[in-house]
Design a protein around this ligand. Structure first.
Ligand code: ZN
Ligand code: ZN
Length: 280
């Protein structure tokens, strides 16, 4: 599979000269099959989804948008996804089944409707469907996707394991493993769902919003993981490489260079860079 990192920033976009190299768009990862350059599976719809349109050579998007959860930074690109908002687009949007039983379209509409926003999901042009996804395995746009609930803050959150015939990508952009205990290294539990999702993955894309115990303590109310946890889960689950993802909005290029240097000695752990294309 081919993986396009279209948005790697967490919480809110980070524009400006200090954020040029790692990028300021919020989470969006587009996935294409080996034999096609056009992505057919989009993981999260942060502001980075705008650049997916450029990957489609002027054509419409036909495929699946799969959301890990509904926080602003993972959905606010949706109405600005030009390749999805046109008459010839065909889009299946899936999001975690809600605890209150609300339909996918109804829960999405809570934030995407007046007075919060001028249009609703049903105003998007093209053939859109809105569906809930339950934990478990299913096929989406020719990929096998395993969904598992993982701890975060404020609403149900899933992590996903996306596989084709020969490679596996694990996507856990927002994850608060300290909710389930400190774990062996004090940065969160390597719990069963996280390990199952990441086991032997070719690439683990994981929340690394926080860098140290001080940040973990100070920002606990947002429900994120540390870079040490992301690297540790990768080791624990024997993932072949780890991308530190969901960079804090004030983490400058210089600060992320320091993060890169800190992990440079270990195998395959690096901060995610917007615009990267990876072949798995
Ligand atoms: Zn987020
Ligand atoms: Zn979140």
């Amino acid at each position: 599979m081919r993986v396009y990192l279209c948005g790697v920033r967490g919480s809110t976009p980070a524009p400006g000269a200090d954020f040029v190299r790692y990028g300021g768009h919020t989470p969006c990862v587009a996935v294409a099959h080996d034999d096609a350059s056009a992505p057919t599976l989009i993981l999260d719809a942060g502001t980075g989804i705008r650049s997916v349109s450029k990957l489609l050579d002027g054509g419409p998007f036909a495929g699946t948008i799969l959301l890990t959860h509904l926080h602003w930074d993972h959905v606010q690109g949706l109405p600005f996804f030009a390749a999805g908002d046109r008459d010839d687009a065909e889009v299946d949007l899936l999001l975690p089944e809600q605890a209150d039983g609300a339909s996918a379209e109804a829960v999405l509409s809570r934030a995407m409707s007046p007075p919060h926003f001028p249009m609703t999901p049903s105003d998007l042009r093209g053939a859109w469907t809105f569906q809930s996804v339950a934990p478990g395995e299913r096929q989406m746009s020719g990929f096998t996707v395993l969904a598992r609930e993982i701890p975060h803050k404020g609403g149900r959150t899933f992590g996903y394991r996306v596989s084709d015939d020969h490679s596996t990508l694990t996507f856990m952009p927002d994850h608060c493993p300290t909710e389930l205990g400190d774990g062996p290294e004090g940065c969160g539990a390597y719990h069963a769902a996280a390990v199952e999702l990441a086991l032997d993955a070719d690439l683990l894309i994981h929340d690394a919003q926080l860098l140290n115990p001080t940040e973990l303590a100070a920002e606990a109310r947002f429900g994120h993981a540390s870079a040490d946890y992301a690297a540790g889960l990768g080791r624990h689950a024997q993932a072949r490489s780890v991308l530190l993802f969901h960079h804090r909005p004030d983490r400058t290029d210089a600060a992320l260079d320091e993060v890169a240097a800190r992990f440079a000695d270990g195998p395959g752990v690096a901060p995610a860079v917007q615009g990267s294309v990876l072949e798995l």
